[in-house]
Design a protein. Structure first.
Length: 247
């Protein structure tokens, strides 16, 4: 990872898959039965991972209600082994939203310690998410008990523009009155999150919880507990010995 040698004043995070675990394969299997699809949680898990990769590669289009329906049409089709129409997928999406509006999403176990360490270093914190609205992101963060950590929340549904487009990252840092190079972005998708932020001029890392931690394009970590070390390494001037090794 290249060192910039300047102050990293803020760390911005993705939401789902980074701070909160939105996966509920058993619950989604039950919801699928309400639209007359018989799927197993394990099959949903495999399909979800496959279609998430397609989404990250830009193969499902741009962020919109239509994209969400197409995403779940493909997930449900792969999991059930049968053709799923957009009407069925739309009913599933509606049912899922109704369920998740009252369900608290669990935090990953490394979140609070990471946020506490960053706050102890006096880093400013924010969230940039491809979510339906800023209000929804704030509600999820509030239900998880971590909303007070974040001074800025930016959501694609409110902004009318989505990751990986550089503009949504630029809006976030501009509203925090920062230069892009003064921020680090952390997300769980390599193209949508890490490369999207990098293209906007931010420093970035890919949180690959199932990876090795040694990927370099984009730079890869396997736990949020590595983020404070990444920040320190970015602030280390070129040629100086870093205080901690970053993979």
């Amino acid at each position: 990872m290249a060192a910039v040698g300047g102050r990293i004043r803020a760390v911005l995070f993705d939401l789902g898959g980074t701070l909160v675990d939105e996966r509920d394969f058993a619950g989604w299997a039950e919801l699928a039965r309400t639209v007359y699809l018989d799927v197993q949680p394990d099959d949903l898990a495999h399909a979800y991972t496959e279609v998430e990769a397609l989404l990250d590669q830009g193969q499902l289009g741009t962020e919109s209600d239509r994209l969400v329906v197409e995403y779940w049409r493909q997930v449900l089709g792969r999991a059930s082994g049968q053709a799923v129409g957009p009407e069925t997928a739309a009913r599933f999406v509606e049912a899922r939203r109704a369920t998740e509006s009252v369900r608290s999403l669990p935090l990953y176990s490394d979140v609070r310690r990471c946020l506490d360490q960053l706050r102890g270093q006096r880093r400013r914190l924010g969230v940039v998410s491809n979510a339906t609205s800023e209000a929804r992101v704030r509600r999820i963060l509030d239900q998880a008990g971590i909303l007070p950590y974040f001074e800025r929340v930016v959501a694609s549904g409110t902004e009318g523009i989505a990751k990986p487009h550089p503009e949504i990252f630029r809006r976030a840092v501009a509203r925090m009155h920062l230069r892009a190079e003064e921020a680090l972005y952390v997300g769980n998708l390599p193209r949508t999150d890490a490369l999207g932020a990098r293209n906007a001029g931010l420093n970035s890392v890919w949180l690959n919880r199932d990876g090795t931690g040694f990927g370099s394009d984009p730079p890869e970590i396997t736990s949020l507990l590595e983020v404070p070390l990444v920040v320190r390494a970015l602030e280390t001037p070129a040629g100086a010995a870093p205080s901690a090794r970053v993979k």
